[in-house]
Write a protein that binds this ligand. Structure first.
Ligand code: NAD
Length: 279
């Protein structure tokens, strides 16, 4: 899979976040994995969070260490307050601090609304929305305590929320997921407004269709892929590295003046492609 190699296609090689300490949640699969590797390649020490799949997390750690930076895996369920508190506390103890929090972990539990159980609704909100709140809150405590260290970064800290085009695109059969991502958009903007005076930058990345296990059914047959491509003006399904590179850029001082923004990385999916020939 793209993102699993140091020479991955389109990978950013500049050490844009050298010396910074990053935590990526859900980092043993898909977008989180590619992001953790890209941040390591760009010079950051990285905590690889996972909830299940220790072996894959250790492989990601090994790949990151190959860039000459520090990395370790940490198991925690982002929807559990004590586990998130413990994860950030350990990071501060082991790596000294945190500069970049990538709240990426997410899941889907799809069902038509009339069939959606409260458990399906609650699970998605707990992981995708409450999990991001908890991770942002714990990182912020350390950002505020430490403040800006000019030789490391112009910001006291960066929070990057992994959102989705479904932050703004309604999605039938996925009321829980779309609601969680709509919530992430408002959480991100509110935190950005609240924390900018303390030089904490909060932004979101909103992926379109990226080839990962979460949406395998949408791309793993030629018919499904053809259907999907009709929704993507740029006519290619995204790779995890497309998102990982965006995260590195937003986390770096190159984009220091970007505060409270959602960067859509979606091949134009949010351009209302149905109107290209009609309307
Ligand atoms: P993925 O299934 O490959 O990865 C999701 C990761 O989150 C996995 O590592 C999983 O174990 C982890 N996770 C799930 N529950 C967790 C929990 N409670 N605590 C900690 N980790 C947990 O899927 P992905 O596509 O890489 O998704 C990553 C993020 O990107 C998600 O937030 C998803 O909503 C978002 N996203 C993906 C796409 C896409 O097309 N793939 C599009 C838009 C948004």
């Amino acid at each position: 899979m793209a993102g699993s190699s140091g020479e991955a296609r389109g990978a950013m090689s500049a050490r844009l976040v050298a010396g910074q300490k990053a935590l990526v949640t859900g980092a043993n699969s898909g977008i989180g994995k590619a992001t953790a590797i890209a941040l390591g390649r760009a010079g950051a020490d990285v905590v690889v969070n996972y909830v299940a799949g220790a072996d894959e997390a250790e492989k990601v750690v090994d790949e990151i260490k190959g860039f000459g930076v520090r990395a370790y895996a940490h198991q925690a369920d982002v929807s559990q307050e004590d586990q998130v508190v413990g994860m950030v506390a350990r990071m501060v103890e082991e790596l000294g601090t945190i500069d970049i929090m990538v709240a990426n972990a997410g899941l889907q539990r799809d069902a038509p609304t009339v069939d959606m159980t409260l458990a399906q609704w609650q699970k998605v909100i707990d992981v995708n929305l409450t999990g991001q709140f908890l991770c942002a809150r714990e990182a912020t405590k350390e950002f505020v305590r430490r403040g800006v260290v000019p030789e490391v970064s112009r910001a006291a800290g960066k929070i990057i929320c992994m959102s989705s085009v479904h932050q703004i695109v309604p999605w039938a059969g996925h009321a829980n997921y779309a609601s969680s991502k709509g919530g992430v958009g408002m959480l991100m903007q509110t935190l950005a407004q609240e924390l900018a005076p303390q030089r904490i930058r909060v932004n979101a990345i909103a992926p379109g269709a990226i080839r990962t296990p979460i949406n395998k059914d949408a791309w793993n047959t030629p018919e499904a892929e053809a259907d999907l491509l009709r929704l993507i003006p740029y006519r290619r399904v995204g790779d995890p590295d497309d998102i990982a590179n965006a995260v590195v850029a937003v986390a770096s001082d190159l984009l220091d003046y970007v505060v409270g923004a959602t960067l859509y990385v979606d091949g134009g999916m949010t351009l209302f492609p149905g109107f290209a020939t009609g309307g």
